[in-house]
Design a protein around this ligand. Sequence first.
Ligand SMILES: [Zn+2]
Length: 190
Amino acid sequence: MKARTHDLAAATALGIVVLAQPNRTMTLGTALVALLANQVGGIAPDIDQPTAPFWRNLPIGGFVGKIIDRMLGGHRFITHSVIGLVLFGFLVQMLLAALPIMPGIDTGFVWLAFMIGMVSHLVMDSFTKEGVPWLLPLPIKFGFPPAKALRVTTGTLGEGIIFAVLLLFDIGYCSMHYWELRELIHQRIL
Ligand SMILES: [Zn+2]
């Protein structure tokens, strides 16, 4: 899937989790950093792809991307598995503990937002023909629906339809939860 589909899917998943926790309050700083972490998590698994926007937007990113790609076993390998989730989860936790983060930022929630983004990436890639090796080192790529012919190819009309469905879902979900969303913005983000 393309980065913009992953961005939308990550934000959608974060929105669902936040709206399902009606008593959670957070600082504005936490909300903004968590949103950023969620978006980074949403594209993080594709650091194993030298042509990913993540690398394209960095100077000499293509070169670094190629090295990382080899180290991680190629595209859709370890970063697209449960082991990858655990590894990234551990690394991000270490990073958050080491960084001089502003007071008032709930690093636990920032970590959760990153992980939600990352899981959403794997779920979205599961809808593609290529599938996802969720259970590495088991060399099987899983996808949904199980029949490959019914899955989409990245960048084609099928992905466009998935993007549109996500967008419609977001509009519907936000309308359904209008009052919770209003309360979140007005009273729960401090
Ligand atoms: Zn991917």
